[in-house]
Design a protein around this ligand. Structure first.
Ligand code: XMP
Length: 510
């Protein structure tokens, strides 16, 4: 299989570059620039390398650099933004702050006739985001594109197949960006576009069938996409040697526990143990109001329950996990500031001993995991499921968590989700749910005074959940949700809509 190395210099679009290349059916993997040597790159047989963008100036102290040796490996390179400047610098060119200042946003670019720009019109729109620019070309290079403010918008040395673009071909604002990436990957690097989900599925099942032969495998199933696909994949590989433990902590949405059980235990015939641990979780959470403490208790209890179940199963050789590629990349990058402790159901308990770990999705992006799920016959409801946090409704009941509050929230949340899902609007929010605030307010129903909870509705539009904008849901939809909730759910006297984006808010309330 032909593959491309995306060498990560800290840019914000690094994952996007790899995803775009994979969408062209060529396998691409991301490595931090400091994690791989030129010898290792050579030995791994990459057909091409992409240097990513990054926030630095190449001359800045601590700017991420790789040695110039990489240019002599005989492997084609495409530098993007910072990567373009670094390539020029390593090849002997000069970089300087652009004379006209920073260039940012959609920009008209004109390209020369070149293999990199095959099928790209002479004039088109690209996405620029830079302060520095290549000032003096390195020896052997020529200019391949320019914009009004950037005379060196793309460069190339055909004899060594080294190329750089100042703009970002990976973002959709660059009209012909995908075509340019395809030209590099297929025409310049000579990759065969033959990386397909069907092959990934067959190869993964075969690999694990062999590797896990006669071994007992355990997986914590949450009903989320990642663990669901992991379960079905491994079930195909090892059948009844896989046991899935589904910890129902009582913090799930309406009907969710039964659906997971019916799907995996029922429809797919997976060996499934559903542990009804609601009482235990509620007891541990009684009286607790502080968000981080709640998260901690839920995470801790989850691990204990999982551990106890595992113990009863006797000797287990392999722990399976639904780790996906962005988790792998993120964990290699070190910690950014901790806003809240994310707890993913399925985390590895520290004091459990397994001889092996199986992570069949560790090379796949989320959209690829969904595609695999579809191939495995996972119901649409699960494949297209919006994200749901590990601590579940525990972070959506503000203040103390009680069974009564959870039941009220479950009903309100189900009505809101149903209303949104049924709407004619094409653009579904990426995540939408209800939150039970701990504020009560006065209302009137019939002739009687009510004093019930306030429910907040939340819907966000986002690409990556790192930032998000509140979704402009139609007023009529909000009206339907509000009147259905107040009419159908006893205990709620007021419905409000959250109009805060992230930042400054987070998606979840706790
Ligand atoms: P925040 O609230 O941090 O949420 O803006 C961003 C995305 O992450 C989800 N989320 C979690 N997912 N475990 C998870 O698996 C968690 O503990 C957790 N907390 C938040 C949240 O639903 C949103 O999609």
């Amino acid at each position: 299989m032909d593959k491309i190395l995306v060498l990560d210099f800290g840019g914000q679009y690094d994952q996007l570059i790899a995803r775009r290349i994979r969408n062209l059916q060529v396998y691409a993997e991301i490595k931090p620039y400091s994690a791989i040597t030129p010898q290792e790159i050579k030995a791994a047989n990459y057909r091409g390398i992409v240097f990513t963008g990054g926030p630095n100036s190449v001359y800045a102290e601590n700017a991420p650099h790789c040695g110039g040796e990489i240019l002599s490996l005989g492997i084609p390179i495409l530098g993007i933004c910072y990567g373009h400047q670094l390539l020029a610098y390593l090849a002997g060119g000069k970089i300087a702050p652009a004379e006209t200042g920073s260039e940012y946003g959609k920009t008209a670019v004109s390209v020369r006739k070149h293999v990199l720009f095959e099928g790209v019109p002479h004039e088109s729109v690209c996405w620029m985001s830079h302060t520095d620019a290549v000032q003096t070309l390195p020896p052997g290079f020529s200019v391949l594109a320019k914009t009004a403010h950037c005379p060196v918008a793309a460069i190339g040395d055909d004899s060594r197949k080294l190329y750089g673009v100042q703009f970002h071909p990976e973002v959709t604002h660059t009209a012909y960006g995908t075509k340019m990436l395809q030209n590099f990957v297929v025409s310049v690097c000579g990759c065969k576009a033959d990386w397909q989900m069907d092959d990934v599925l067959t190869a993964t099942v075969e690999r694990y069938r062999e590797q896990l032969k006669d071994k007992k495998v355990l997986l914590a199933l949450s009903g989320g996409v990642d663990s669901a696909v992991t379960a079905l994949l491994l079930h195909r590989a090892v059948g009844d040697n896989l046991t899935c433990v589904f910890v129902d902590h009582g913090l799930l949405r309406k009907g969710e526990g039964d659906f997971v059980e019916a799907t995996f235990g029922g429809k797919f015939g997976v060996n499934l143990i559903r542990v009804n641990a609601e009482e235990r979780f509620l007891k541990a959470l009684a009286g607790v109001t502080e968000p981080e403490q709640k998260r901690h208790i839920i995470g801790e209890q989850f691990i204990r329950v999982f551990e106890e179940e595992a113990k009863q199963l006797g000797q287990i050789d392999v722990l399976a996990q639904g780790t996906i590629y962005p988790d792998v990349i993120e964990s290699g990058k070190g910690d950014s500031a901790k806003i809240k402790s994310h707890h993913n159901v399925g985390g590895l308990p520290d004091n459990m001993t397994f001889t092996e770990l199986a992570e069949p999705l560790r090379d796949l992006f989320k959209d690829e995991v969904r595609a695999l799920g579809e191939k495995l016959g996972l119901p649409r409801q699960l494949v297209r499921r919006q994200p749901f946090p590990g601590p579940g409704l525990g972070v959506r009941v503000i203040g103390e968590i009680t069974k009564e509050k959870l039941d009220i929230l479950r009903e309100a949340d189900a009505i809101f989700r149903e209303t949104v899902a049924e709407s004619e609007d094409d653009l579904l929010p990426n995540q939408y749910f209800a939150v039970l605030t701990d504020t009560r307010s006065v209302g009137v129903m019939g002739d009687a005074r009510t004093y019930g909870y306030t429910v907040a509705l939340r819907a966000v539009t986002t690409d990556d959940f790192m930032t998000a904008t509140w979704t402009r849901l139609p007023y009529d939809l909000l009206e339907t949700a509000s009147s259905r909730i107040t009419n159908e759910v006893p205990g709620i006297s007021r419905v409000v809509y959250d109009i805060t984006s992230k930042p400054p808010a987070t998606v979840e309330w706790e």
